[in-house]
Structure formats: structure tokens, C-alpha cells
Design a binder for this molecule. Structure first.
Ligand code: SAM
Length: 240
């Protein structure tokens, strides 16, 4: 569970209503059962719980060494896709250790950038991400940014900037070839298109700003499959 307070070893930490409900009603935990909590500095602890009616308190027992972060910082810039696929993509990206998600619209995006329910949607996305982070016991939350136009993506900083392009050459421009040539980096930005993919002009504009096009193989993947595959392959490559 992610908590706002900076934890001290002797603190009794009040969990919020939702977390308390999850512990008592969903997980059906009992007095003195052990949970993991993470404070604002991403430090993880084991804690035992004290239940007082509807309220749950955590008592810290020990610090846990964190092995949940990937070796490189991964930002996924993702063209907007339809609702169910978007929710799936957020959840799986969080599980695979993405650090930041930056949604964008481009010439072939069909989902609208702004709508009257934008604030509610954002809250829902952040909830999906937080629940996925808690479920997979990672120590950091995923940073979720505001939707931008694809043209703005070129201003994002990263050691290596990739654009996954469905028409890239699956041999000479394969992701693996490109990663092999960039072994000593600490951050990657990957750009994945929406259902309609990219126009060649969009790809060339990003290339002019230092992006490298990559292929994920000869098959055309769904946008969410491409994103998940990229995050996993990049994390795996830099782990070795
Ligand atoms: N029309 C399908 C859909 O509805 O999901 C396919 C979408 S595909 C065009 C969406 C994005 O996934 C592409 O813009 C690209 O970023 C990425 N992608 C899919 N297959 C790829 C591949 N073989 N190599 C590189 N990127 C790929």
C-alpha cells in the first residue's frame, strides 16, 4: 500500500478508507497480519496491522530492500486507443515496470484528446495504475502525464528515443539491433502509435529530432501488444 506519510520505524500509520476496506473485506486479513507499505521516498517496509472497527493501522516491523525497479527508466508515449484496451495497457505497463506514461494524439488517432469527462477519466487511470503497482508490489507509482500532440513528444528528454513503426524493416531495424548499439544508457522513451499507426511524415519528423525507428518483427501487433512487448523487452535487455 502506498502511504503519504514518511514512515518512521515506530510510527503507527493510519491507512485510508479504501486501503482499510481492501485489507479487511477483500483480503479478509486479521489483527497482526503482515502487509507491505511504501512511503513517499519509495522505501518499502513490512508492517503488521491493527484493526480498530473500520480503521486499519500499520506498525512497521522492518525495511525491505527493493528489487522491483527496472535498471533503465522507461517512458511510454502512447497514442490514445479505445477504452478497454487503454485500461489493459495501463495495468500491464505498470506490472512490467514502466515509469512514466505520456498519452498523445496524432493524425490517425480516433479517440478525442479532451472531453467533458477528462478529469474523471484521469482519476480512473491513476486508480488502475496504483492498483496494478500495489498488486505487483512495486515500490514506485507510475507517473501519468497530460495528453499532448505527437509534435510535443520530441521535447521529452531521454538517453535513447525510439519510435515503434509497423513498417520498419524487421531485420535491419529490429529493436534488438538498436538496443545492442545503446548498451550504456539510463533512460529510454518509446513511442507507440494508436490503432491507425503513424504516417511516414510523422515518423520522419521524429527521426529528424533524434528518434530511431524500430521494428518488433514482421507481424503487425495491436497497439497495446506492441507497448507491452516493448516495455518487457527493454526491461529484460538492460537487466542482463
Ligand atoms: N490496427 C491494429 C490495431 O487496431 O491495434 C494495429 C495497430 S498498430 C498499427 C499500432 C502501433 O503498434 C503502431 O503504430 C506501432 O507503434 C506498433 N506496432 C505494431 N506492430 C509493430 C511492429 N511489428 N513493429 C513495430 N511497431 C509495431
Amino acid at each position: 500500500y502506498f502511504i503519504d506519510t514518511i514512515a518512521h520505524m515506530n510510527d503507527q500509520i493510519a491507512l485510508n478508507t479504501e486501503q482499510s476496506h481492501h485489507i479487511t473485506h477483500v483480503l479478509r486479513m486479521r489483527e497482526d497480519d503482515v502487509i507491505r507499505i511504501v512511503d513517499t521516498s519509495s522505501q518499502m517496509y513490512f508492517a503488521h496491522i491493527h484493526i480498530d472497527g473500520k480503521h486499519v493501522f500499520a506498525h512497521i516491523d522492518e525495511m525491505i530492500e527493493d528489487h522491483t525497479k527496472n535498471k533503465v527508466h522507461i517512458t511510454l508515449a502512447q497514442g490514445l486507443i479505445k477504452k478497454e484496451k487503454w485500461d489493459f495497457l495501463l495495468q500491464k505497463s505498470a506490472e512490467l515496470g514502466v515509469d512514466c506514461i505520456l498519452p498523445f494524439i496524432s493524425s490517425r488517432t480516433v479517440v478525442k484528446m479532451k472531453d467533458e469527462k477528462a478529469d474523471k477519466k484521469r482519476q480512473r487511470y491513476e486508480k488502475i495504475l496504483q492498483e496494478a503497482c500495489e498488486q505487483c508490489k512495486r515500490s514506485t507509482l507510475v507517473e501519468f502525464q497530460d495528453t499532448v500532440d505527437l509534435k510535443k513528444i520530441k521535447d521529452v528528454e531521454a538517453d535513447l528515443k525510439l519510435i515503434a513503426y509497423e513498417d520498419a524493416d524487421h531485420q535491419s531495424e529490429h529493436l534488438y539491433q538498436v538496443l545492442q548499439q545503446h548498451k550504456n544508457i539510463s533512460s529510454v522513451l518509446v513511442v507507440v502509435g494508436s490503432e491507425g499507426g503513424f504516417s511516414i511524415e510523422e515518423v520522419e519528423q521524429l527521426e529528424a529530432s533524434g528518434f530511431i525507428r524500430v521494428s518488433l518483427g514482421a507481424r503487425i501487433l495491436r497497439a497495446e501488444t506492441a507497448a507491452i512487448s516493448l516495455i518487457n523487452n527493454i526491461a529484460f535487455f538492460y537487466e542482463m
